[in-house]
Design a protein around this ligand. Structure first.
Ligand code: BGC
Length: 770
């Protein structure tokens, strides 16, 4: 009897304990009911054959040109049964993936779950603005929220892993993939990288609405010579460290659980076999403990690079360099089997990679519940929720940049009599989704024409003409467009690129408006009616004629599914634009590379001095500078003070100033902090962004902005490639863009030259006191 009581009490306590564990989330669950990760994985690996181990390193395409999942045939399923697959990419759908996972878990010898990956780059079903656009929001909180929604939607559709964020810095708008990143600046890039990793991975990988992030493409892929995709990169170690590596460091410090290496070579060393960067820097120095996936067939391409003689050699080089998973080359999976058996490639290397991949599956909770991401009822409930669609509209509004607004012709009145909407992109449903649209669908897109029709009064007449195609020489639509334009109160002219003119393998040698679009604009301008140009594009477009000749230009980029709603919110003043350029807009291809943080040179560009660093046939300045973007209100900057003007490495400098909305309406301003080292042992950039904040103010409202700037953010690589803070005077510039500096002061770094830890990352902290 006594024993029974003890037993029943024991069960009561156990029940209470279990319910506590259930409430405290799956992280707790994991650690309490499974052997610790290492033990679990070691014991699993002891049971694995070499084929099964290599299987874990193999990732195969699950989709094809016909869409997701179309590549999963019976042969692939048989491979899963044999334990010869670790992952599929380009798959999607809770039902489909549950069935596929079932084969791995129930029909393979060891039941190791698969990991499903997809490029969820700027949304899944709810497609947000492309990354270059959302960087223009200068609002990491919003970027994080968009990534969070993308994670929730894609996780509900069976995806565990996104190949994002793309954190490549890009200075060359010819490079089509500039659209996928945060633009030209490493500090902005680092902030956005961190925000996206936090958004994707949320509160931890074991939660079922988070996905594994994969910053890519490590590293300097964006520095492709001539902006030609997949091209070689020639970059100094200093620039590599100061510019290209920084956003990766930010992503790693934010806890990114995987990473993708790039297609490119750096100074002759392909990234897929680059041990110095993948292992010595990333793993050893930075302590990255996730796994590294190759890019698509990039291990196989080591042969084309000319550093591997055959597939086995390529596999050996990639594995030794630190690549863990082979995306689609099928070299790790099958190509190196015999060589490992013969001892030509060490099994220890294979084991290391297998362990990292199994650890990730464990952290994702897939050994606990391999189906936790594949629940059709969750999928139905989570996709395209009204609140997500609303946020897509808000995010698009935040990302759009008002480049020009002469005579304040924007915002427009909603009760104009007649509005002409013209242009090949005015009613285009595909383009606003941009590249990597994931599961985004054209039917969910609001076009600019639709948005305008919805926004205006019922008496306003909207006339529409396409005028021409996006990328074609046919002028036969010009006449109709001109007749639609004549007599209108205003013309909204929607021009730009199609979605597939930027993105992977979409480098362009010209960066103007494609084909006859400029001619269409010229013809329309002859009517004398005011024109507002709305641009949709994935790269900065050199549009000097438009900049000179039309009164208003709105850079909308590819704004996502709520494209038309957001554009008309801005056109008609329901939203006051505040986005700023994350990338410089050059005047022509010949001006590339054109970025704000160049060095001064011995002969700084000067309009007066012919023997200075410039072109004889171009103005010195770009068309629009980094950080530029107008608003319908105005902001006054004043009262700059630097609290303690003498600082040392490790200190934080307190910079305070006042910002007042002096215009007539509510609006936002991105305050930007730039610094310039006056004299240093290595020629410093003319200015460098080290802090920013998007501040929202009511009309007449004033706020005190306080920026805590870590002095370590001013460090650079010296002659010995040590990252140091050097003593000396530093200029501090507070601006509304990189060229519109409103306040300026200086301070002095005291003490000796101090080396700092370059595997740490520093951010300014901004406080807004209203
Ligand atoms: C791209 C990667 C992408 C991968 C899988 C490659 O061609 O370079 O960015 O993640 O394909 O879709």
């Amino acid at each position: 009897m006594g024993k029974l009581k003890i037993l029943s009490e024991f069960f009561l306590v156990l029940a209470l304990f279990l319910s506590f564990v259930a409430m405290s989330g799956s992280e707790a669950n994991l650690s309490l009911f499974k052997p610790p990760m290492n033990e679990f994985i070691d014991s699993l690996m002891n049971k694995m054959t070499l084929e099964e181990k290599l299987g874990q390193l193999a990732q195969y395409p699950g989709g094809g040109s016909l869409g997701f999942n179309t590549g999963i045939d019976d042969d692939k399923k048989e491979m899963v049964r044999k334990g010869r697959v670790g992952s599929f990419l380009h798959v999607s759908g809770a039902d489909f993936l549950a069935d596929l996972q079932k084969i791995a878990v129930e029909e393979s010898r060891l039941g190791i779950p698969l990991i499903f990956g997809l490029d969820v780059v700027h949304g899944f079903k709810t497609v947000f603005p492309v990354p270059l656009a959302s960087a223009c929001s200068f609002e990491p909180e919003a970027v994080e929220k968009a990534a969070r929604i993308a994670a929730v939607e894609s996780a509900a559709s069976g995806i565990h892993w996104t190949f994002a964020p793309m954190v490549d810095i890009a200075l060359d708008p010819r490079w089509g993939r500039i659209v996928e990143g945060a633009g030209e600046d490493s500090y902005l890039g680092a902030v956005m990288a961190k925000a996206q990793v936090n958004g994707f991975q949320g509160d931890g990988l074991s939660f079922e609405n988070t996905i594994l992030a994969c910053p890519k493409h490590f590293v300097a892929y964006g520095a492709a010579c001539g902006g030609r995709d997949y091209n070689s990169v020639e970059v100094s170690m200093r620039t590599l460290n100061e510019v290209y590596l920084l956003p990766f460091l930010a992503a790693v410090r934010a806890g990114a659980g995987s990473l993708m290496c790039g297609f490119n070579d750096i100074n002759g060393e392909p990234m897929s076999s680059n041990k110095e960067l993948l292992t010595d820097l990333l793993r050893v120095k930075w302590g990255f403990d996730g796994f590294i996936v190759s890019d698509w067939n990039s291990i196989g391409e080591l042969i084309n690079h000319g550093v591997a003689g055959n597939r086995v050699d390529a596999g050996k080089k990639a594995l030794s360099a630190g690549v863990d998973m082979d995306m689609t080359s099928n070299i790790f999976g099958e190509g190196i089997l015999k060589s490992v058996e013969k001892g030509e490639i060490s099994e220890k290397l294979v084991d290391k990679a297998v362990k990292r991949i199994l650890e990730t599956k464990y952290k994702l909770g897939l050994f606990d519940d391999p189906y936790k991401y594949c629940k059709p009822e969750v999928e139905k409930a989570e996709i395209l929720k009204e609140e997500y669609i609303q946020f897509a509209r808000e995010m698009a509004c935040k990302s759009i940049v008002l480049l020009k607004n002469k005579n304040e012709i924007l915002p427009l009145k909603k009760d104009l009599e007649k509005i002409a909407v013209i242009g090949p992109l005015a009613d285009d449903r595909r383009t606003p989704l941009g590249s990597w649209k994931a599961a985004g669908e054209e039917k969910d897109v609001v076009t600019v024409l639709e948005g305008i029709k919805k926004a205006v009064s019922k008496d306003t007449k909207i006339l529409y003409a396409k005028g021409c195609e996006i990328n074609d020489d046919d002028r036969s639509g010009f006449e109709e467009a001109v007749s639609v334009a004549e007599g209108a109160d205003v013309i909204i002219l929607v021009l730009g690129e199609s979605a597939d003119m930027s993105g992977e393998a979409r480098s362009r040698s010209k960066i103007g408006l494609p084909r006859v679009q400029k001619e269409l604009a010229e013809k329309i301008a002859e009517t004398g009616v005011n024109i507002v140009v709305v641009l949709m594009n994935g790269r900065p477009l050199a549009i000097p004629w438009l900049a000179e000749n039309v009164p208003a230009i709105l850079e909308a980029w590819f704004p996502g599914i709520q494209s038309g709603s957001a554009v008309s919110d801005i056109l008609f003043g329901d939203y006051n634009p505040g986005g700023k350029l994350a990338v410089t807009v050059p005047r022509s291809v010949g001006q590339i590379p054109c970025f704000y943080y160049h060095r001064n040179t011995g002969r700084p560009p000067s309009e007066e001095n012919p023997y200075s660093s410039k072109y004889i046939d171009l103005p010195i300045k770009p068309l629009y500078p980094f950080g530029h973007g107008l608003s319908y209100t105005e902001f006054k900057y004043s009262k700059l003070r630097i609290e303690d003007k003498k600082e040392e490495a490790g200190d934080s400098l307190k910079i305070a100033f006042s910002l007042k909305n002096t215009g007539k309406i509510f609006g936002s301003e991105v305050v930007q902090l730039y610094v310039r080292d006056i004299v240093a042992s290595i020629a410093p950039p003319v200015k460098k962004l080290v802090g920013f904040k998007r501040v929202y103010l009511e009309k007449g409202e004033e706020a005190e902005i306080i920026i805590y700037l870590p002095v370590n953010l001013l460090a650079f690589y010296n002659k010995d490639m040590k990252k140091v803070v050097e003593p000396g005077k530093v200029e501090v510039m507070i601006g509304s863009s990189s060229q519109d500096i409103r306040l300026d002061a200086s301070f002095v770094i005291e003490g000796k030259e101090t080396e700092i830890d370059d595997s740490e990352i520093y951010y300014s902290v901004v406080e807004v006191k209203k």
